[in-house]
Each structure stands twice: as C-alpha cells, then as structure tokens.
Design a protein around this ligand. Structure first.
Ligand code: PEP
Ligand code: MN
Length: 462
C-alpha cells in the first residue's frame, strides 16, 4: 500500500459535521493559547486565513488513519517508529537536494533498523510543516538592540532586523506552499522507485566515503543485497518494494494555521488536521487546560505529546483521558524527552506510576531536547554520547517496566553539518564552527544519524 489514496476513497460519503463539532474546532480561542504570533494588522490576518481555508488539504484522512494503524503496531512491539528531520525547517532550505538527503538519511536509518533489528519501521519526517518554534523568551537582545524572537519561518524571518522579525500573516500561506512542494517531493521519492530497497546502495552516494559509518552501511547494504537476491531466486514479487510509506509530522503550534487547515472527513463527518499526518504538542504547551490540548483533542489524526522530566503519571493519565478517551490504538503517542542525566530516574518512575492504565499508548524517545547545552565557545549543541545514553536509558526503563520502547524522535539533517559534538568524526567545540547551519536546535548529521541507527539496532536485538 502507498500514500496515494484514490479520490474515490476520499469522496465516498458526504457526511457533514455537526454544529457542535464545528464550534469545538474554535474552542481553543478562549483559552489564551501560549506561543502564538502577535499580528498587528487584523485585516491582513483575516485575508491570509480566508485563503488558507480554501486551499486543498496537504494530507488525506485515510492516510492519517493508515498511520494510526502503523503506530498501533509499534505500541504492540510489532513495529518501530522512526521520526526525524530538522528542528526548524526553513523556506530557503526546501530545495530538492536538501529534502532528498533528509529522506535518504531516514531511509538509510530505517534500512539499518529493519535489517539489524528485524523490525518493520514506520517512517516519518519532521517535514513539510515543521516551521513554527516555541521560544523561551519573546524577545532577543543583541548589542543593545531588542527585537522579537525568531519563531520559525511560518511566523517571522531569522535575520535580525525589525522587518525580518515582524510577525507576518502572509507567511502562513508560504508555509502551506512550501509544505505542499516538500510533500510533493516526498511522495515522488517514496512512491516513484527511489525508496526501492534494491537501491539501498545508492542512498549512500554523495556522502563522505571515508568515514566508518558509511563503510559499515555499505557492508550492511551488501548483506541486504544478498538477501534480496536470495528472495528473488525464490520468486518473490518485488513490485511492492518500489513504494514505501513515508509520513509527515510536525509540532501543532500555530493554531490559526492548524485551524484553517482542519477539514471534515466526508467518510465519517469528523475533523482531521490536514497540515500533516501526525501532529504533536510540545513540552511548553501540553498543560491539560491548554488551547493546544483542546484543539488536538478535536481532530482524529494520530497525535503525540512531549513529556519532559517534570511530567507526572497524573499528567499523563489526564492527557490520555482528554486526548484519547476511547483508548484507540495508535491515536496517542507519548514522546519522552527527559535528558541523559534524568531518564534513568524519571522514566522508570513515570512508567511505574502509570502502571497498566494506558495499554494503547505508544511510547517513543526524543533523546534530543533534554540534552541541549551551550559550548564554551557559545554554540547551542548536544553531545552525541548524551543522546545515546538517553536512548539506552529509554530501552532499559521499558525493559524493566515490561512496556514497549516504540520508537525514536530525532533532529537530523542529511547534510554533513557540525552541530552535535562527538560521533565517529569526533566533532569537538572548535569543530562546531566548521558547518553550524541550524536555525534553532543542533541536528545529528548524516554520519551521526547512521551511527545512531547501528547502535539502536543493537538495542532492538537485545
Ligand atoms: C522540538 O521538538 O523542537 C521542541 C521544541 O521540543 P520540546 O517541545 O520537547 O521542547
Ligand atoms: Mn528542537
């Protein structure tokens, strides 16, 4: 099966939503949503929103349902979720080459995990919509000049001028358009034969041939080749392998954007967010009374909630009660991001306190956001070994609790950037200067991403 859902399937039925359902989609407005843009020109905003309400959906409800089934399998330990991409996508970086390299990196990691861990991998990009960023401060001061913080390309620009930092409603439409072209490329790559497992070698092309993870990947690709030749000799039909399921996820942060792209599924009369397949609520906006929790409780997509080290079992249970009252398999994923120093205490406690109350929830690990530090020379960075230590702590905690480690959520790029310390290339603080390109948080580069996949495959085997 592929991401292409036929139009007949989508338009079957003409169920409409009730007045109450429709009103519910706007309930968040009275809940003082955090982390929202402040637009100065109401007419300009309304003009942008009315155009956004008229555009076609980026994803279909049927695709979101399919992803829900895949995630449900991960909760049962029958699959593993791999979600990766930029911390903040940028409009300028939505080029064919950069998008291809990111997809390639996720596909390579998935090949390593599938083969090494003998586990189907649910592939998702933090892509085609990851344009809004929560910030800890509303303003930023440089050399005595104070301007609004950069909140992601969907809100304002990264440059440090008053014009760049203005919250511009037109960017909501640009975000939609860039998401549409990104998703178009994702669909072309993953259904057009590029993701065919028989091309497992070619995904390595264009990356540094000298590093050890690249060579290790080549060896694994040769093993996969041998296995495929064996299957071919046995008469396996390879047509199905030409196409790969690849889903798009992002943080549902900017609620005007999400609301304008919410659509009623004509099969069921229920609302879906059509800005992406999987949406999550960030650590800063997950309060049970929050506008974000309310909005996502009203759409039927598979959704996630980040849980940091202060999250209690009570938080988790109340969130599950509000977001997944029916205990629907695949609906709710908790993305824990505790930090390497805390995970071995915080996660076992959380899992023990939750007990067996949430059997349908999928638990995945974000080993990035609890491990952000500032280097002595002023870069926002992470240590690769801290990231790996959090992943190891995640597997151990689930092993002890008898729950399922369902997947990984990581910030990565397919480029050879130098933003995270360590890895096979042993990037040190000075090395960060070489190619530090991220707009917000540091990303694993291609090599570090492969290394992580090899190490996680070992954990999956154990
Ligand atoms: C993020 O995923 O980029 C992010 C901001 O994460 P968190 O909400 O977990 O801090
Ligand atoms: Mn981030």
């Amino acid at each position: 099966m592929t991401l292409n859902v036929s139009p007949v399937f989508q338009t079957a039925g003409n169920l409409e939503a009730s007045e109450e359902t429709l009103a519910g989609l706007d309930a968040w407005r009275s809940m003082s949503p955090l982390q929202q843009p402040t637009y100065t020109d109401e007419a300009e905003l309304q003009d942008a929103l009315s155009r956004l309400r008229a555009v076609p959906p980026l994803v279909f409800a049927g695709e979101a349902d399919m992803l829900k089934e895949r995630i449900a399998a991960a909760a049962r330990g029958e699959a593993f979720v791999l979600m990766g991409g930029d911390c903040a996508e940028s409009f300028a970086d939505a080029t064919a080459d950069k998008i291809r390299r990111r997809i390639q990196t996720v596909l390579q990691m998935a090949a390593v995990l599938t083969y090494g861990g003998s586990m189907p991998v649910v592939k998702m990009g933090r892509m085609a919509g990851q344009f809004g960023k929560p910030r800890s401060a509303d303003t930023e001061t440089r050399d005595g000049v104070t301007l609004p913080s950069f909140r992601g390309d969907i809100v304002n620009a990264h440059g440090f001028t008053p014009e760049d930092r203005r919250h511009d409603p037109e960017r909501l439409l640009q975000a939609y358009q860039v998401s549409a072209s990104t998703l178009n490329l994702i669909r072309a790559f993953t259904t057009g034969g590029f993701a065919d497992l028989r091309l497992v070698h070619t995904w390595n092309r264009g990356f540094l041939a000298s590093n050890p993870n690249y060579q290790r990947y080549e060896e694994l690709a040769q093993e996969i080749d041998r296995a495929l030749r064996f299957m071919e000799a046995c008469g396996t039909d390879f047509e199905a392998m030409r196409q790969v399921e690849f889903f798009a996820s992002h943080e549902a942060l900017i609620l005007e954007y999400e609301r304008a792209l919410a659509r009623i599924d004509s099969r069921t009369g229920t609302p879906y967010a059509t800005s992406g397949h999987f949406l999550w609520i960030g650590e800063r906006t997950r309060d049970i009374e929050s506008a974000h929790v309310d909005f996502l409780s009203r759409v039927r997509n598979p959704i996630g909630v980040k849980l940091g080290p202060t999250a209690t079992a009570d938080d988790a249970l109340r969130l599950a009660d509000k977001l997944d009252p029916e205990g629907e398999p695949g609906r709710l994923t908790f993305v824990t991001r505790m930090g390497a120093g805390k995970i071995r205490e915080a996660l076992p406690k959380l899992l023990a306190d939750v007990g067996d109350s949430l059997p349908h929830v999928t638990w995945i690990c974000d080993p990035m956001h609890g491990n952000t530090i500032t280097s002595a020379n002023g870069f926002k960075t992470r240590r690769f070994e801290d990231v790996m230590e959090e992943v190891a702590g995640f597997f151990d905690a689930h092993d002890e609790a008898g729950t399922v480690p369902g997947g990984l959520h990581i910030e990565l790029t397919g480029d050879d950037v130098t933003e995270v310390l360590g890895g096979a290339q042993e990037i040190d603080e000075e090395g960060l200067r070489r190619r530090y390109e991220t707009l917000v948080d540091p990303r694993l580069n291609h090599d570090q991403s492969l290394e992580m996949a090899f190490r996680v495959a070992e954990l999956l085997k154990a």
